[in-house]
Design a protein around this ligand. Structure first.
Ligand SMILES: CC/C=C\C/C=C\C/C=C\C/C=C\CCCCC(=O)SCCNC(=O)CCNC(=O)[C@H](O)C(C)(C)COP(=O)(O)OP(=O)(O)OC[C@H]1O[C@@H](n2cnc3c(N)ncnc32)[C@H](O)[C@@H]1OP(=O)(O)O
Ligand SMILES: Cc1cc2nc3c(=O)[nH]c(=O)nc-3n(C[C@H](O)[C@H](O)[C@H](O)COP(=O)(O)OP(=O)(O)OC[C@H]3O[C@@H](n4cnc5c(N)ncnc54)[C@H](O)[C@@H]3O)c2cc1C
Length: 572
């Protein structure tokens, strides 16, 4: 049903109904409100959008301009778009599909603003789907990709909703207009934390799709001569092709395992929060923000590497790779723009570093910050040992976090305000946060391959993949590891040669490793990545279906080319 709706007419989409609107009801509505809306949403008796972003604000949620003003005389909220820039802009499904929306608006009661809160607003008639009175709706126009989804705009002209339409699990407004504080003002943002966590799996699946397509195609495609007179080899025999694809394949597995951890953490911490224990919220926010930012950025770049590795056919929509890239690019912006999200992780790391400096023992994903010794112990390290590789990534991250935090402290000691010191160190902070997330992904990958219940032969392959992922990271960021002498030039050379060995070791299992993602052709939607490998016949069939081939001579010949040719020939 959802898939049909997704493609029906190519102009509507209910993705956000499932991944944002419905989870917002689950996470932010009271039990009473769930009785009213949750089953309707789950049965698609209503279709919803998550309307938070506005034309003028996306990142800065506290700067949103839509207002929800409480009227105690009627016990209603008045939802209003006071300015052009307050127009809700981007929400998926808002343009033409949704008939309800959770609207994030600045809550005003008794003349005071209490910040952004979520409100349930019906936006279209359930009878004829016309916009409700006071509501103006539309689609925001074509985008880079995902044009099957009607990302829309909405304006509200003093639209009245019952008090009970404020999602009141955490904060409340009583009938007389009294505002009741939530345990944390950030609980209104809880669904964003949830959604960012799901993006880690979206990234893993996207990179798994791209590597499946590129690896399979690289076994079908034969090109050039490796040795004069010999048959053209599969392009996957070229080390450069392996160097392009296998680190992406390893990253897909790494992110898949990271998403397992993210899901487990989200469940456990939100479970504690349900019992009133908010202590894990900060770590959950920092982890979800950092992992979302890191995995989506690496995935978008990795998909484009896969696209380029497939030559011209990779650039064709027949490959499925341009659409994958467009989707992954969206993940870098949606649900918290990547830079801003990584800065949130940096903010948490700076706080934890200060606590560690004050003698607090750190736990969770930042525990290593207090364990890692500042002075490196150089020496010939065993660059094929996973423990050595994990320790190297943790040392790098700890050094970079310490450096960024000390740099910031130095700026403040020179008299800069904290905010100015933060801004002038934010590039260092971003790099430190990226190194932190990278070290988490490596550690989690290593721990997973060592503990996951698989046949020992499978564990051996996964271990090679984890080594490949780690060695690729070290060689790609060698300067970070060399900077304080923790790794030597000899270590980096050893890492490079071991990486080459890993490329050769993974090659025989490459197809099995992508087949293991078990992505059906209907999901891959790629002529190049077909399970049966019959690329060329299907590429020809695909091209013949191009709309341009409906007529032998296209109408544009008669309209433009023929007169143009004629006039040019007349001048000869
Ligand atoms: C091929 C790919 C496959 C699939 C994709 C296919 C197609 C792609 C198409 C579409 C993609 C799919 C779906 C799209 C869904 C997108 C939906 C949306 O985009 S919804 C809108 C999302 N918007 C955001 O995420 C907004 C981001 N901004 C924020 O979250 C906040 O404004 C901020 C940046 C965090 C800043 O908030 P604030 O100013 O209030 O906070 P401070 O920075 O001052 O920090 C204060 C304090 O609060 C803590 N904190 C902040 N946020 C949270 C939180 N969420 N939870 C817990 N704590 C939080 C912060 O750590 C600080 O704590 P302190 O240090 O003071 O202790
Ligand atoms: C495909 C897609 C689907 C979407 N779906 C939805 C949806 O369903 N519902 C919804 O509400 N929204 C949705 N959005 C909107 C999305 O959440 C916002 O685009 C996103 O939050 C970024 O905000 P922005 O667009 O205002 O960019 P801005 O915040 O204006 O960012 C622009 C640039 O400014 C930089 N910047 C901003 N603040 C800072 C800072 N503090 N420090 C350093 N740099 C900063 C950013 O890093 C970025 O480079 C969607 C967006 C896309 C692309």
């Amino acid at each position: 049903m959802a898939a049909a709706l997704q493609t029906l007419g190519g102009g509507i989409g209910i993705t956000l109904h499932w991944i944002a609107f419905t989870p917002t009801i689950e996470q932010q509505a009271t039990e009473e409100q769930k009785k009213k809306w949750l089953k309707l949403a789950q049965d698609v008796a209503i279709v919803g959008a998550y309307a938070q972003t506005e034309m003028g604000h996306g990142t800065f949620v506290r700067g949103l301009e839509t207002t929800a003003t409480y009227d105690p005389s009627t016990q209603e909220f008045v939802i209003n778009s006071p300015t052009l820039t307050s127009t809700k802009w981007w929400p998926g499904g808002l343009g033409k599909t949704a008939n309800h929306a959770t609207v994030m608006a600045q809550l005003y009661t008794r003349g005071k603003c209490y910040g952004p809160h979520n409100f349930m607003v019906q936006i279209r008639s359930l009878e004829n789907h016309q916009p409700c009175p006071g509501v103006t709706l539309g689609d925001i126009g074509p985008k880079m990709e995902s044009n099957g989804n009607d990302n829309g705009f909405a304006r509200f002209d003093h639209v009245r909703i019952p008090r009970e339409n404020m999602l009141m699990k955490f904060a409340r407004v009583e009938a007389d207009g009294t505002y009741v504080q939530p345990p944390s003002s950030k609980l209104a943002y809880s669904n964003m934390v949830y959604l960012r966590g799901t993006f880690v799996m979206s990234a893993a699946q996207a990179l798994a799709s791209a590597t499946t397509i590129a690896v399979r195609y690289s076994c079908v495609r034969r090109q050039s001569e490796m040795k004069p007179g010999e048959p053209e080899p599969q392009i996957l025999e070229y080390q450069t092709q392996q160097y392009k694809l296998f680190p992406q394949l390893a990253a897909a597995y790494a992110f898949w395992f990271a998403s397992w951890f993210m899901t487990q953490q989200h469940g456990s911490i939100t479970g504690s929060m349900e019992k009133g224990d908010m202590s894990g919220l900060a770590e959950l926010h920092a982890l979800s923000a950092g992992l979302k930012s890191y995995t989506t950025a690496v995935t978008a770049r990795g998909i484009d590497v896969c696209r380029m590795a497939c030559g011209g056919h990779g650039y064709s929509h027949a490959s499925g790779l341009p659409a994958l890239f467009g989707g992954a690019a969206a993940l870098c912006t949606a649900e918290g723009e990547n830079t801003v999200m990584m800065l949130q992780t940096a903010r948490y790391l700076v706080k934890c570093f200060a606590q560690s400096q004050a003698g607090k023992r750190l736990t969770g994903t930042v525990a290593y910050l207090s364990a890692v010794q500042p002075s490196p112990v150089a020496g010939n390290r065993n660059m094929s040992d996973l423990g050595t590789l994990v320790a190297a990534f943790q040392h790098r991250a700890a050094r970079m976090v310490r450096h960024a935090a000390m740099q910031m402290q130095g700026e403040m000691q020179k008299g800069k305000a904290r905010e100015d010191a933060w801004n002038s160190c934010s590039v260092l902070l971003i790099k430190a946060a990226e190194a932190h997330v990278h070290s988490f992904v490596v550690r989690n990958f290593a721990e997973t391959v060592q503990t996951v219940e698989v046949d020992e032969s499978v564990r051996a392959v996964l271990t090679s993949l984890c080594q490949l992922y780690s060695l690729y990271g070290i060689t790609e960021h060698a300067g970070d590891f060399l900077k304080d002498g923790y790794l030597t030039g000899r270590d980096i050379d050893a890492a490079s040669s071991h990486l080459s060995a890993m490329l050769a070791r993974v090659r025989p299992d490459a197809v099995a490793l992508v087949d293991a993602f078990d992505l059906h052709d209907k999901i891959l939607r790629s002529v190049l990545g077909r399970y049966d490998g019959r690329v060329y016949e299907h590429l020809y069939e695909w091209a013949k279906k191009s709309p341009l081939n409906k007529s032998e001579v296209h109408e544009s010949y008669y309209k433009y080319l023929q007169p143009f040719l004629k006039s040019n020939r007349a001048k000869l």
